[in-house]
Design a protein. Structure first.
Length: 379
């Protein structure tokens, strides 16, 4: 089945009741009233095997229970990442998927599946009105897809890279502008130099400015600092080397009237690796930047580290034990932290409250967690 075909979308809608069941958060009770909204986490994972289906599973937090495979067939491909925008979930099916699937965040009903073009290899999505801004490795920059019509155009950023493929990896909308991070890699997938940021007017699609980051290889996705913290800048990890962490950092990007590179939040050297995923939380009046820190030496490692954004100090030690191989994290509205543990022998989701783990063992999701950008938590 071609996931980008109209037949595939019809099948998605037909199988929805069987795939999702009737015990979702907010589903009507016996009297027909909507149940209370409670925080839950949603994760996507794939196998990285072309043509194989991935999974989307939901974790209800009180009490902890996983609803496996809540998305209908064809919604999640073999290499997915996930964004939540408003009341919708956006599954970016990378590699051979070449589409963005939009689901209702409360019911998991499929609202649209929008192709990004054959061989486009989409990486992330920013949403402004009816338009999806999709940075895509297999294109000259950013694919813009219009909901309702499926119309596609490409914003050309080829001038950022001599080979015409700027390897754009993330996008984020702020104040009518879309900020796009590009890795700028050569044919061997090595950085040609510092990563580049393009600022696009969402209404006209005009590229207003481009500028260099301090470091090479922006890797991961943009997140935005909380209101009132360090100017509300965007942040993104940079990883010049996956074996030498003496360079690179979580870089800041100033938005507003004078967008530009704005230094580092924390250096990779301090982290002892790179920030594969970033999430934010307020502990009382103190804003915390949580980071899943990854590295590869004798074996893959991934832990959860906290950074005090008020004092600008890294916590003395990770809160997760070295036996856990964490790859993703999300902070929930009730301040619980959900992490994805990729440990081979026992993997799934774990729940932390502050520095204390609440789960005695990982909660399986139906596949081994695979993405560092596949987990969200919301009400």
């Amino acid at each position: 089945m071609t996931r980008t075909s109209s037949l595939a979308l019809l099948l998605l809608l037909l199988v929805l009741p069987a795939a999702c069941g009737d015990n979702l958060r907010g589903a009507p009770d016996a009297a027909g009233d909507a149940g209370p909204a409670r925080p839950r986490a949603v994760i996507v994972a794939g196998t990285f095997t072309p043509g194989e289906a991935g999974v989307m599973s939901a974790l209800e937090l009180d009490p902890p229970a996983v609803q496996p495979r809540v998305a209908p067939n064809g919604a999640v491909g073999d290499d997915p990442v996930l964004r939540k925008v408003g009341g919708e979930l956006f599954v970016v099916n990378r590699a051979d998927g070449n589409n963005v699937t939009i689901l209702d965040a409360a019911t998991f009903a499929v609202k649209a599946q929008l192709p990004t073009g054959a061989g486009s290899n989409p990486q992330d999505v920013a949403v402004v009105g009816d338009e999806l801004f999709v940075p895509a490795f297999g294109t000259a920059g950013v694919v813009v897809v219009t909901r309702g019509t499926g119309t596609r155009t490409t914003i050309d950023l080829s001038a950022l890279d001599p080979d015409g493929a700027p390897n754009c990896i993330s996008a984020y909308a702020v104040g009518g502008k879309v900020y796009v991070a590009c890795e700028v890699l050569d044919a061997a997938f090595s950085p040609r130099g510092p990563g580049r940021i393009a600022v696009i007017d969402a209404a006209t699609h005009a590229v207003e400015t481009t500028f260099a980051l301090a470091n090479a290889n922006p890797f991961g996705v943009f997140e935005q600092l909380p209101d009132g913290v360090l100017g509300g800048d965007l942040v993104i990890p940079t990883v010049p080397s996956f074996s030498d962490f003496s360079t690179g950092c979580v870089e800041r990007i100033a938005t507003g009237a004078a967008p530009g590179a704005n230094g580092c939040v924390v250096a990779n050297q301090k982290l002892g690796g790179y920030a594969a995923r970033i999430a934010f939380q307020r502990q009382g009046a103190t804003p915390i930047q949580w980071m899943v820190v990854s590295k590869f030496d004798t074996a893959p490692r991934g832990n959860l580290q906290g950074y005090d954004l008020q004092t600008q100090d890294l916590w003395a030690a990770p809160i997760s034990p070295p036996t856990q191989l964490l790859v993703d994290a999300a902070v929930c509205p009730n301040d619980l932290i959900v992490v994805a543990d990729q440990t081979m022998a026992a993997n799934g989701l774990r729940i932390y409250a502050g520095t204390t783990e609440r789960t005695a063992a990982p909660l399986p999701i139906g596949l081994r967690p695979s993405s560092s950008r596949g987990l969200v938590c919301y009400e």
